[in-house]
Design a protein around this ligand. Structure first.
Ligand SMILES: [Zn+2]
Length: 153
């Protein structure tokens, strides 16, 4: 565990209670050093349905997800979480939403906002290259931002 990083990462990566950082370690990845931040839901026994708030108790199972977060200094940062999945009597199996990202995206909300800023005057390819992300990931961020822009009009 990198000392003192827990609270800092909670703040900069928007990891809010009951979610908490339980580990962060610097590892050497294929494209340089990466910081792996492990997050878990702090309450294993009293989970509620995200749709109706019905208290269902412990998770049925968990699904592992990993997101690229904004870089920390020169290192790439990834957040990993075993997301609890609950079984609601009304809504069936539901995965709990997490505050720092859309569960079906590969990057965090804060990194998505940063990409949108960069995309205001640069091409998808140039932003993708600089951030070490695939063209597809950056293109999807742009497409969603454009769609949201139209919906607001
Ligand atoms: Zn429900």
């Amino acid at each position: 565990m990198l000392k003192g990083f827990q609270e800092l990462f909670n703040t900069i990566y928007e990891i809010e209670s009951p979610w908490e950082v339980i580990d962060c370690a610097k590892v050497s990845g294929t494209s340089g050093p990466t910081i792996e931040v492990v997050v878990q839901h702090g309450d294993k026994h009293n989970l509620s349905c995200p749709d109706c708030g019905h208290l269902v108790g412990p998770a049925h199972d968990t699904r592992r997800r990993r997101w690229r977060a904004a870089d920390w200094e020169w290192d790439r940062v990834f957040i990993t979480c075993q997301i609890p999945r609950i079984q609601c009597p009304v809504h069936g199996f539901r995965q709990l939403p997490v505050p720092w990202a859309e569960t079906d995206q590969q990057i965090t909300r804060s990194l998505e906002r940063r990409l949108i800023d960069e995309l205001s005057d640069r091409s998808v390819m140039s932003v993708a290259k600089q951030m070490g992300l695939s063209w597809g990931v950056v293109h999807r961020v742009k497409a969603r931002a454009v769609k949201r822009g139209f919906e607001r009009r």
